[in-house]
Design a binder for this molecule. Structure first.
Ligand code: ARG
Length: 460
């Protein structure tokens, strides 16, 4: 028999480097608090159900609470010989209260224990992620309100398309983040479930009370199939998938902010506190933090792909492969929380070059659709109007004039339906403000949507 907690049927001891390879303590100690919390709930139930003597349950509970205090004071030391957080805690408890500690593991396996700890860990952190999304949304809405009338080019294919407002642009990200928020909110449903009581895989012969444990751990529901309880990592995959989609959104925003900081665009400027310089080029001011978030998107996608691949084809029930589930989730959690915080501060402190944005909409022919729409309202079939305006654009390019700078006679030569009132419709302001269709970019719409967005945030 070796000195491992499971060493009864073993005669030989593994080398330290083998233990180290198999151990998860280096990372699963992040679930130390959850492990103790779950053990306390479990032992209370064992006592209440008279599965172990009440006095023993009380001794174990007191011991676990002492460990909790020691954990909070940074006084606990874990070893790779004890493999993971679960065996480390049991061993520390044994050191503290003696062999009665061995009764804690009655009607429990590390398989349902690790699943429970992992569920608890994520359950405790989802609200934090949701709050961070909400904070970023608040800044987006604040800035959208300030810039409801800040006109800028809207793009398709990275080519100037039609004028929009910066406020409208920012609210697009509000909407994406709202879906992210709802995805993490839904993630709670599958996280808020108790696996404990599944034991190794098949349930237990002891008269346990799983509902009572669920209640004391504040879980909404219990797993109804013991095999599923110990094998399910959907809640972690959903988290990573939500995290990946969130990072996709942040990376798209990052990309444009980086572009807009360039000399060529010069639409915005990062605050000094959210930019960095160069060690060689004194003039540089780089949008490093936006770039870093864009870059970190890769590791979050990697986390999702990694766990999907780990879980692929795993037979029921527990397999040691599943020990690989925690690091990607821990890493993605830190990454998305950090990225959300950075974006909140960064967006808040951006200087918007309103005039430059507006100027970019003046000579770019982004009012061509206005002229086509104008002709369409005068009865010219839209397809024909499109062709006429296309020819006028070509004429403008060749003669170096914008549509709004062409004399009426030139416009009328292309389409006699055009009258002097056309010029008021060819401004960027008119282009924006005539787009009053639901979800359109008109300033009044953006203001309305700002109010709606504020209501949504208040309901979080
Ligand atoms: N450290 C393990 C993990 O993270 C705990 C469960 C181990 N169970 C087992 N039967 N080896 O998955």
């Amino acid at each position: 028999m070796t000195d491992k907690l499971w060493g009864g049927r073993f005669t030989a001891k593994a080398a330290k480097w083998v233990d180290t390879f198999g151990a998860s303590i280096s990372f699963d100690q992040q679930m130390a608090k959850e492990d103790l919390t779950a053990s306390i709930a479990h032992v209370k139930m064992l006592g209440a159900q008279a599965i172990i003597p009440k006095a023993d349950a009380a001794t174990i509970e007191a011991g676990l609470k002492t460990l909790m205090t020691q954990l909070e004071n940074g006084e606990l030391h874990f070893t790779v010989e004890n493999e993971d957080i679960h065996l480390n805690m049991e061993s520390l408890l044994t050191d503290l209260i003696g062999p009665v500690a061995g009764k804690l593991h009655t009607a429990r396996s590390r398989n349902d224990q690790v699943a429970t700890d992992f569920h608890l860990w994520l359950k405790n952190r989802l609200p934090e992620i949701m709050a961070a999304i909400s904070n970023l949304q608040t800044v987006l809405v604040e800035k959208a309100e300030e810039n409801a009338g800040t006109i800028m080019p809207g793009y398709t294919h990275m080519q100037h398309a039609q004028p929009i407002t910066y406020g409208h642009y920012l609210l697009a990200y509000f909407e994406m983040l709202q879906r992210d928020y709802e995805r993490f909110e839904f993630n709670q449903k599958h996280t808020d479930m108790l696996p404990l009581g599944a034991a190794a895989l098949a349930g237990t012969t002891f008269p346990i009370d799983r509902e009572a444990v669920a209640e004391s751990l504040d879980f909404d529901a219990v797993y109804h199939n013991s095999l599923d309880a110990v094998s399910d990592r959907d809640f972690a995959l959903e988290f990573l998938s939500n995290a990946a989609i969130l990072m996709q959104h942040l990376s798209r925003l990052a990309e444009e902010l980086i572009l807009w900081c360039t000399y060529e665009f010069n639409y915005i400027e990062m605050a000094d506190t959210f930019a960095t310089g160069s060690s060689i080029m004194p003039q540089k001011k780089n949008a490093d933090f936006a770039e870093l978030v864009r870059g970190k998107t890769g590791r979050v996608y990697g986390a999702l792909m990694g766990l999907l691949t780990t879980m692929k084809s795993l037979p029921l029930a527990y397999n040691k492969d599943m020990q690989e589930d925690k690091e990607p989730v821990f890493d993605a959690y830190t990454t998305i929380l950090g990225s959300l915080h950075i974006f909140t501060g960064m967006l808040e402190s951006i200087t918007v070059h309103k005039e430059r944005m507006h100027d970019a909409t003046v000579s770019d022919f982004s009012n061509a659709t206005e002229l086509a729409d104008y002709l369409a309202t005068k009865g010219v079939p839209f397809r024909q109007a499109h062709g006429i305006v296309g020819q006028l654009v070509l004429h403008g390019i060749q003669t170096h004039q914008s549509l709004q700078d062409m004399p009426l006679s030139e416009l009328q030569a292309a389409a006699p339906q055009i009258e002097a009132d056309v010029y008021t419709e060819l401004t960027s302001e008119a282009a924006v403000n005539r787009r009053t269709s639901l979800g359109g970019t008109a300033v009044a719409n953006v203001e309305k949507e700002v109010a709606r967005a504020k209501g949504i945030i208040a309901s979080h």
